[in-house]
Ligand binder design. Structure first.
Ligand code: G1P
Length: 269
């Protein structure tokens, strides 16, 4: 629910899913379920007040969040890791490919990462992860993948994955970022995945199992992302998200950019 300019970060993530064609959203939540539900719900009293005042701009902003599609909620219960959280969606998802978007990761709205990942899933029939080249010193904060180029394609095949390796152990500098398009075969694998790093059931470990499987639902592929992505769980990255997104906005962007210029030149009090 952390605000980025004037919307909670999670709203950007839901909007990204909707832009990629998804209208059924399931949120796996922890203890903050109530504020999330309220945010994406209608607020008749406020809407009526704004309507009476004729404040159509604010009215549109308030309605925006509640018009994003069909949003469902399930609590994770015990925080047993990302793999466990994904498993909590099994009943809702059923037997179709589905996308997982981690709420901390913001992908710039001009990027078509998720749509491309959906296409790759349809083409390969496997599961698809998003990869980002990072500094070797940063890899221990991420899942990491060893990959092979697929001839004539812009995606790669995953040979091996490891969750949060040390820079010495890391098979590459390709970090897994918080977007996945998964084949439902992942659920059976997750049921059998033992707790891994940090004592948690790791999605990375389940994907490693699928990467080594042939046949229905086997195989994992990666789309290497080269665009703008922010991690709102990281202080500096969060501030960059706020400044960049605000700078691109039609209403405040120009003023902010000119203020930032003066600020960095040291002439702004
Ligand atoms: C999770 C995944 C990790 C991935 C990361 C992306 O880790 O386990 O593989 O690289 O998200 O943000 P977390 O950041 O939840 O510790």
């Amino acid at each position: 629910m952390l605000p980025v300019v004037d919307k909670p970060a999670i709203q950007y993530v839901v909007e990204e899913a909707v832009r990629a064609g998804m209208t059924d959203v399931l949120m796996i939540t922890g203890r903050n379920k109530r504020s999330l539900e309220d945010h994406f719900d209608r607020v008749p009293f406020i809407e009526q007040t704004l309507e009476n005042k004729g404040d159509l701009e604010k009215l549109a902003a308030v309605r925006e969040a509640s018009e994003l599609g069909d949003i469902h909620y399930v609590r994770q219960g015990d925080p047993k890791g990302l793999g466990h959280a994904v498993l909590r969606s099994r009943q809702h998802v059923g037997d179709e490919p589905f996308a997982v978007l981690l709420g901390d990761d913001l992908i710039d709205e001009n990027e078509a990462l998720l749509s491309r990942m959906i296409e790759v899933q349809e083409q390969t029939g496997g599961s698809v992860i998003a990869l980002l080249e990072v500094e070797p010193s940063e890899i221990s904060a991420y899942g990491c993948a060893d990959v092979t180029v697929v001839e004539g394609e812009d995606f790669v095949k995953i040979n091996h994955m490891v969750e949060k390796p040390s820079p010495e152990e890391a098979p590459s500098n390709l970090a897994v970022i918080g977007r996945y398009v998964l084949h439902p075969a992942i659920f059976d694998v997750l049921e059998e995945t033992a707790p891994g790093r940090g004592g948690e059931i790791q999605l990375t470990d389940a994907l490693q199992t699928l990467a080594a499987q042939d046949g229905e639902g086997g195989g994992v592929y990666g789309v290497v992302f080269r665009g703008r992505r922010y991690d709102t769980g990281d202080k500096l990255s969060y501030l960059k998200a706020v400044v960049t997104i605000a700078s691109d906005r039609a209403d405040i962007g120009e003023d902010l950019r000119s203020w930032l210029k003066q600020f960095t030149e040291g002439s702004q009090a």
